[in-house]
Design a protein around this ligand. Structure first.
Ligand SMILES: [Fe+2]
Length: 157
């Protein structure tokens, strides 16, 4: 099934198919990048658990702990796939795309929480869009086999 990326994902730009060709040449690096972004998503959710805007927001803590648990489960899944494919997680990883977005978050201001939520949503959206690009690739030694649909692949690789 083919999807129209432009209508499904409200992004200003779309990922070119050449991106998939490029990253699939080094699936271990792609998995490591993916694992670190799942880790960051889990950490971010747990950080935000106590950063509700204003007075306590009913359901906030439960929502953030649920997101943290889900992202940690994704991390475990990706690291299992990485290990099965002979890779190992590195200690250090940089993601210029995510870092540039996070640099836009207003620090210590009232919009901090809103900005963090928006940046997280944008990273997740790009992730889903990139999974759709990978899914459109012809059959072969697929990097995403075994991953749940929409599970991360945030835009760093
Ligand atoms: Fe995830």
């Amino acid at each position: 099934m083919s999807i129209n990326v432009r209508t499904v994902f409200p992004l200003l730009s779309t990922t070119a198919p050449e991106w998939a060709h490029s990253v699939l040449e080094d699936p271990i690096a792609l998995l490591i990048d993916h694992a670190f972004l799942e880790k960051k998503a889990a950490n971010n959710a747990l950080d935000m658990m106590t950063l509700w805007p204003g007075e306590c927001v009913p359901g906030w803590v439960e929502t953030m702990t649920d997101v943290g648990r889900d992202e940690a489960a994704h991390l475990a899944q990706v690291t299992r796939i990485l290990t099965r494919r002979g890779g190992r997680l590195t200690r250090i990883h940089k993601n210029p795309y995510a870092n540039a977005l996070r640099a836009l978050v207003r620090k210590g201001e009232i919009g901090d929480t809103l900005d963090r939520l928006l940046v997280s949503a944008m990273i997740e959206l790009r992730s889903c869009e990139r999974f759709s690009v990978l899914a459109a690739q012809p059959p072969g030694p697929r990097i995403h086999s075994g991953l749940p649909s929409g599970a991360g692949l945030q835009a760093g690789a």
